[in-house]
Ligand binder design. Sequence first.
Ligand code: 5GP
Ligand code: ZN
Length: 119
Amino acid sequence: MTHDPDCIFCKIAAGRIPSKKVYEDEEILVFHDIHPWAPVHFLLIPKQHIPSMAHVEPSHAALLGKMMSLVPALAKQEGCRPYPEGGFRLVCNTGDDGGQEVPHLHFHVIGGPRPWLKG
Ligand code: 5GP
Ligand code: ZN
């Protein structure tokens, strides 16, 4: 499995930086975002270092499918209300133009009572 020793999410995946874990298996880690944008905000990452969605290849299909298939149960577990009244956003910022700050593939799950529409 590939790792980047300078990558903050590789360090979190290896347990070298603590995180508030939501889910973990041999290839995936899910943890709370340190600066939540909403009442529910967690991140799904592969434990292997894939820099971004722009680096995803067909060989990653099973891994990404597994990540996506975890989202509904984890969103419910973390407090998102049931569909359709409840729900969440699933966001994957990619590259500089996509607003990606951490160059290790991650999916944000952002939920709660439509916090992104308030203000
Ligand atoms: P991006 O802009 O790359 O899509 O989002 C990166 C996210 O990672 C941000 O929402 C940021 O708050 C979160 N983040 C950055 N560093 C850490 C960290 O050390 N721990 C946790 N839990 N989240 C982090
Ligand atoms: Zn990494």
